[in-house]
Write a protein of this length. Structure first.
Length: 113
């Protein structure tokens, strides 16, 4: 469990280093945000991907004929990481399960979406 904690700590340090490099390398006056459009394209879809600290986060959205949001699907990293818990538990005693479970920091709601 400590090993996973240390890996996460190094990941945070590396992520902050990368962010500093990116922000420091931006040209002067670069905008970091933009306004959203008033309407969305009709009958369109988009996929967004980001790497989270537990794995990839996917967001998919689709619009209807009027450009309104018709469907949204979010996939949390927990959806793919739950099977790893089943591999980590065998050979341990029952009281160890909560500690093993929390060391993965899986999201129940992220799995049920």
């Amino acid at each position: 469990m400590r090993a996973r904690l240390m890996v996460r700590a190094r990941e945070v340090e590396q992520s902050l280093s990368i962010l500093r490099q990116v922000v420091d390398g931006l040209p002067e006056g670069t905008r970091l945000a933009c306004a959203l459009p008033d309407t969305l394209p009709a009958r369109s879809s988009a996929l967004g991907w980001a790497e989270g600290w537990r794995g990839e986060c996917l967001h998919w959205i689709a619009t209807d004929a009027e450009g309104r949001v018709a469907r949204v699907k979010i996939t949390d990293p927990s959806f793919k990481n739950w099977p790893a818990l089943a591999r980590a538990v065998p050979g341990n005693i029952v009281p160890d399960f909560p500690v093993i479970n929390k060391s993965f920091n899986l999201s129940y709601s992220g799995n049920d979406r």
